[in-house]
Design a protein around this ligand. Structure first.
Ligand SMILES: [Zn+2]
Length: 58
């Protein structure tokens, strides 16, 4: 794949895909939508680790 920037719509779909998945950084956490440093992100509800974040303003 070429390293071209992806449209924001694909980034938002990424958050949809990751939401409610088990956290890969801890045993009991579940990923949920949230904000990380002011960006839309998917963050673990247990350890707070961001799994993905968007820099695109909403
Ligand atoms: Zn976690």
């Amino acid at each position: 794949m070429a390293q071209s920037p992806q449209p924001a719509a694909d980034d938002r779909r990424l958050l949809d895909v990751l939401e409610e998945r088990p956290c890969s950084f801890c045993e009991t956490g579940t990923l949920e939508r949230g904000l990380y440093k002011g960006n839309n992100a998917v963050v673990c509800d247990n350890c707070g680790t961001p799994r993905a974040q968007l820099w695109t303003p909403s």
